[in-house]
Write a protein that binds this ligand. Structure first.
Ligand code: BGC
Length: 759
């Protein structure tokens, strides 16, 4: 754990400068608006260690895969969301001396992420390396949620003596990704122009041919006057406006930069510079205060539906809001071509691509905290990629419309970097079908199955039906050579989770068929034709698999074995693992990890979490008690599942410990990797921990249940959930749980076992 940030309910605060954690802070204090995002880099030049990063959703590059020996089925490329135009740049020279916190003496420093209004602020006092000159700076910036083509920043500087301040405000499109496979440049630098009142740059991505333009208006004022730039310059990638201002001692120089950023994903290529310019000028016309106000109002609306309030535990409160904040600035549901990269806009690892994380972890959050159209966009994303999923399966030898969704993707094509681990994680297909089921049960929109849900479910069912094989030896269907969610086991046989979700998918497909025949006969007939679906022949085979699927079990117990042969391992619990050996993924050889018993993340327990209703409490308990002691939680997706199950079992301390771990994973940098970017998708797991864990929220047979508990560290907590067009507010204190209907028609719910009708 690394603790250097102050606990505060609405803010993240770095109250003194920590250059040693600069990269982590740049991730933690990142801002975004669903369309683009920006790491918390300094506006002024910084020569210390840092990672400059600005990202535009959906703008990616297919970086050629790097492997030793090529094998059939390897993906051609690893998709990378691209580091894009640096739009925050301000170079400052005071009496000719470049302001740089790496070389100046920092006297005071505060960096604040105000999560309530979505603003990144920074203030500092610094003195020049030589002499008596000292400056004071107050800066704030947003990626506007109200005008999502706009980034706005204000930077105020004053000095302790009369001096000249040179300000160079610039846009720079000559940027690089730090994690390229082949050290390639990803951008064609097309255009940079600067005029005194407007400057812009335009670039296009190599191979994918996306175009991006950014334009800026910079205003520089002192109390007495507005200053005009003394020059406007450009090269092929850099456009700048420079100001030279003589200021009195302690006189503020106010710099306001309005930036428009847009891409060919949303606009004609030929119109991009105009669109970006209009956005920048529109923002400048409104002014900084109005832009910040509209942005804060957009955040107010988000918090109104999505906030979780925890009383009595500032760290827990800060943790959950931090998670909710980042989820909302990563994905807004405006555009079904976009998805949620595991690092969002906060870093380059995982390439900004879509993983199973979206369906398995993020969907429940968006389902409960946003109007249903947002979650539907996530389903639409996969539906639009069905053709590619069928192609992916065909490349591996599957046929008849079997669909294998990619483990990592931008466009529907598989594009991961690590064949051995990632590729055989075919369980991802299950999460995608489960998301459709989840969506229909939380929204009541069953018509979606007829609209496009069944198309996806059918492709997935066909895949599982071909992926299993009949074992004469076991007289059962088996699934060989897979990787379960626990990536510390590769290419195992009969991973319990994968077999279970495969079987569930087949049963769900059968249920969907019954529903379609009953309620959407014509649509069903059309789909059968479209997909050449031979119902009786194919479903007979599915039913046989459902009946005879093999599941490894531990003898004389209720424990489901993670995979064949699991018990041959040395069963040494994590508690006996020397601290110096952890995290094992940084300390041990891969060979040692693979044969050890240690579990990276919930695997069998992931299945128990998804299908809790299928098991009695004793079975759940035995499995939790068996697996948790071997789990190292080296995936961010792990602790949250454990909170939910621990809370169900009444393991309060374990639930609380895991809650802190998931909610403060990045704030306290548990795994020493915040510098690479934040764990955005597991942030949805944090939300699950409170709502499904402590709040015990479940939907059973179409009815909501809340079985609450409260950690002893909290005096109360409250959250709200949307369900079938309604909004419910849940308030839990030490001795009372109250569920109120805030919006929508009367509904019956169960609160700690008691039936209540809310109106
Ligand atoms: C986890 C995967 C996950 C990926 C992206 C990995 O560390 O093991 O389950 O999909 O991170 O978050």
């Amino acid at each position: 754990m690394i603790k250097y940030l102050d606990a505060n309910e609405w803010k993240v605060i770095e109250s003194s400068f920590h250059p040693e954690y600069q990269r982590s802070s740049e991730s933690i204090f990142s801002i975004g608006n669903g369309k683009f995002g920006q790491r918390a880099n300094f506006e002024e030049h910084y020569s210390g260690d840092h990672h400059q990063g600005a990202y535009i959703a959906g703008i990616y590059y297919p970086d050629k895969t790097k492997v030793g020996w090529w094998k059939n089925g390897y993906p051609e490329y690893f998709a990378k969301v691209l580091n894009s135009v640096n739009w925050i740049g301000l170079d400052l020279k005071i009496n000719g001396l470049q302001l740089d916190l790496n070389t100046w003496k920092v006297e005071a420093f505060e960096r604040v992420l105000d999560m309530k209004s979505g603003v990144l602020q920074r203030s500092f006092k610094a003195s020049a390396p030589q002499g008596m000159l000292a400056v004071e700076v107050e800066a704030r910036r947003i990626c506007s949620m109200a005008d999502d083509d706009c980034g706005v920043m204000q930077y105020k500087i004053k000095a302790n003596e009369a001096c000249s301040i040179e300000v160079v405000s610039y846009l720079d499109s000559d940027v690089e990704n730090q994690d390229t496979n082949w050290d390639e440049k990803f951008w064609n630098l097309l255009e940079a122009e600067a005029e005194p009142d407007l400057a812009w740059v335009k670039a296009s991505t190599k191979k994918t041919n996306y175009f991006v333009a950014a334009a800026m208006v910079t205003n520089c004022t002192t109390a007495k006057k507005a200053h005009k730039p003394h020059s406007a310059d450009s090269s092929n990638s850099l456009a700048s406006q420079s100001f030279l201002v003589e200021v009195e001692a302690n006189e503020w120089l106010n710099i306001e930069k309005h930036v428009g950023i847009c891409s060919s994903l949303n606009h004609e290529e030929s119109a991009l510079v105009d669109v970006a310019s209009e956005a920048a000028q529109g923002s400048a016309n409104k002014g900084v205060d109005a832009m910040f106000k509209a942005h804060a109002a957009a955040w107010d609306r988000i918090w109104e539906n999505g906030d979780i309030v925890i009383e009595g535990d500032a760290e827990a409160q800060q943790g959950i809001r931090f998670n909710i904040f980042h989820l909302n600035q990563t994905y807004t549901g405006e555009d079904a071509r976009l998805n949620i990269g595991p690092k969002g806009f906060t870093g380059e690892k995982y390439g900004g691509s879509t993983y199973w994380d979206t369906e398995a972890y993020c969907l429940p959050f968006y389902l409960s905290t946003h109007p249903q159209k947002v979650a539907k966009q996530l389903l639409k994303y996969r539906f639009e990629q069905l053709g590619k999923a069928i192609e992916n399966a065909e490349k591996l030898g599957f046929k008849n419309g079997a669909a294998l969704y990619p483990m990592v993707t931008m466009t529907g094509e598989e594009c991961h970097n690590e064949w051995e681990i990632t590729f055989e994680e075919i369980h991802r297909n299950g999460a995608i079908a489960f998301a459709i089921y989840n969506y229909t049960r939380f929204t009541g929109d069953k018509d979606y199955i007829a609209e496009s849900g069944f198309d996806v479910v059918l492709g997935i069912a066909r895949f599982w039906a071909q992926r299993v094989n009949w074992s004469e030896n076991k007289q059962a269907y088996v699934m060989l050579g897979v990787t379960g969610p626990n990536e510390y086991e590769n290419n195992v046989n009969n991973n319990w989770y994968t077999n279970y979700i495969a079987k569930w998918c087949l049963s769900y497909a059968l249920k969907c068929i019954l529903y379609l025949k009953d309620s959407h006969e014509t649509a069903y007939a059309e789909k059968c034709k479209l997909y050449s679906f031979k119902e009786s022949e194919e479903t007979q085979h599915w039913a046989d698999i459902i009946e005879k699927m093999y599941f490894p079990k531990k003898a004389n117990s209720k424990v489901f074995l993670q995979q064949d042969g699991f018990l041959d391992k040395e069963l040494i619990p994590v508690a006996e693992l020397p601290e110096a050996d952890r995290p094992i993924n940084q300390k041990w050889s891969w060979d040692r990890i693979l044969r050890s018993v240690y579990i990276k993340q919930a695997d069998t327990l992931q299945g128990i979490y998804l299908f809790e209703d299928h098991f009695d409490l004793e079975t759940i308990k035995e499995n939790f008690d068996f697996y948790e002691p071997f789990t190292v939680h080296e995936s961010s997706l792990s602790p949250c599942v454990h909170v939910v199950i621990a809370a169900l079992l009444g393991y309060e301390e374990k639930a609380y410990e895991m809650y802190l771990r998931t909610s403060r994973l990045d704030l306290d940098d548990y795994n020493h990797e915040a510098y690479q970017g934040l764990h955005i998708t597991s942030m949805a797991g944090t939300w699950m921990s409170v709502v499904e864990g402590f709040g015990g929220y479940r939907v059973k047979n179409g009815v909501q249940h809340f079985n609450t508990m409260i950690p002893k560290q909290w005096t109360s907590y409250s959250f709200s959930v949307m369900f079938k067009g309604r909004k419910m507010q849940v308030e839990v204190s030490k001795n009372k749980t109250a569920v109120k209907l805030i919006e929508g028609e009367a509904i019956t719910v169960f609160v700690n076992g008691q039936e209540e009708t809310l109106s």
